[in-house]
Each structure stands twice: as structure tokens, then as C-alpha cells.
Design a protein around this ligand. Sequence first.
Ligand code: NAD
Length: 237
Amino acid sequence: MSRSVLVTGGNRGIGLAIARAFAQAGDKVAITYRSGEPPQELTALGVLAVRCDITDSEQVEQAYKEIEDAHGAVEVLVANAGITKDTLLMRMSEDDFASVVDTNLTGTFRVVKRANRGMLRAKKGRVVLISSVVGLLGSAGQANYAASKAALVGFARSLARELGSRNITFNVVAPGFVDTDMTKVLTDEQRAGIVGQVPLGRYAQPEEIAAAVSFLASDDAAYITGAVIPVDGGLGM
Ligand code: NAD
């Protein structure tokens, strides 16, 4: 059955691969993106692209209205949008910290809360949050990012407990290092260092993260909630 799916930050990288997978499976997919133009390939697949900054509640509300008008209430939410602002603690400004938390954690809270309005009414829903292996392991120079990603685990597990009786599941996917714009900023030396620590000896492709998300949103995962699924080539074990 075709479901109403929303992927935040679905215009590139991991979010693009997730949106593509749902669209190719026949779901009614909407993405939000913060800037630029939505990719042609998604438009060709019939994906609805809505510009929305998840740090702004008003924009989140407007985006949901547009999506609900086109596809009905969101049944599957993938909260994927996220940013990094890497620097060492003593150089990290309060804004470096707050802006990462405002996007990765509070932004996720905004989109999840709004989606749950429709999910509670429908008495079912699937929510998948994109965290990171860095949230579980920590990472020098990424205290803001790691804190925001670790917090998503407590957030998801609390909601899994709070809303399990309403047939809404909350799960977390924790990717390792994935070949996207976010990791393109790393130097060749940094990349080689990371790959050296990954048991599978390579970066993930965005499609490998999308596969785990598709599973968690599928009927086969109906009894899974509050889970944190690493897709990290063994880096976090
Ligand atoms: P990316 O930088 O390519 O894409 C990030 C997406 O988030 C973009 O679509 C961007 O528009 C959106 N976004 C950022 N701030 C936003 C805001 N305020 N409002 C709305 N949208 C906003 O990154 P990616 O590598 O595809 O990462 C996607 C998710 O996966 C992120 O949450 C990231 O933290 C997580 N992740 C990435 C990696 C990796 O190695 N690339 C590893 C672990 C986790």
C-alpha cells in the first residue's frame, strides 16, 4: 500500500537515497530541503519537494500543511536533516553548540511532534531518526554534534515508551561514515584514518543507510521500537 512518507533533508546525500528508495517502492514521498533546488531525479519520480528550515516552527507547520494537502497525513517520518560545526571545545562558541543542537535535536523534535498529530489520529505511525555512530562513540572536535546525535537516542526511546500503546514506533539508525557532502570536507589523510578503523574497510554508500530505514518502516519491522541500528561497517562495536 502506498504510504505518505516524509524525509527531511531529502535533497541530497543520505536523505536523497532514502527518498528515492521509498519513491521507487511506490510510496507518496515528500522531502524538505533547506536551500538550492530539489534534484530533478526526485521530481521525475513524483516526489513533492517543500522548502523548509527545521529550525523555524512556522516553516515546519507550513510544510506539513502542504504535504497533508497533497498526500494526506504523514504515516512514515524519516528525520534525517542534520548539520555539523566541528571544532575543538575551547574554540567552540555558544552559537556553534546551540545551532547544531537546534537543527539536529530541536529540529527533530519539531518535525516529530507535528507528525505525531496525524499519527495519533490514524492510530499508527513509523518514525525513524538518523543519528550517528559518533553519537554513540564520541568524536574529538565534534562534541556539539555527538551530543545532539546521542540525545536522539534518549528522545526516540522515551517516545517509544510513551507512544507504543498508540501503535507508533520510534527507531534510530546510526550510520558510520557515509560518502556524502558532509564527509567530503575531510582530507584524504582523515579519510584514510577512518577507513583504517572500519572493520569492513570502506565508507558506506547512502543506499546502504536507506536499506535499513526502509526495513524499519516496513511491515517486517512492526514489532521493533526503541531500537538503535548501527549501519557502520562495524566501526561502533
Ligand atoms: P548532507 O550535508 O549531504 O545533507 C544534510 C541535509 O540536511 C541536507 O538536505 C540539508 O538541506 C538538510 N538540512 C540541514 N540543516 C537543515 C535545516 N535547518 N532545515 C532543513 N534541512 C536542513 O548530509 P548527509 O551526509 O546526507 O547526512 C544526513 C544525515 O545523516 C544527517 O543527520 C547526518 O548527521 C547523518 N549522518 C551522516 C553521516 C555521514 O558520514 N555522511 C554519518 C552519520 C550520520
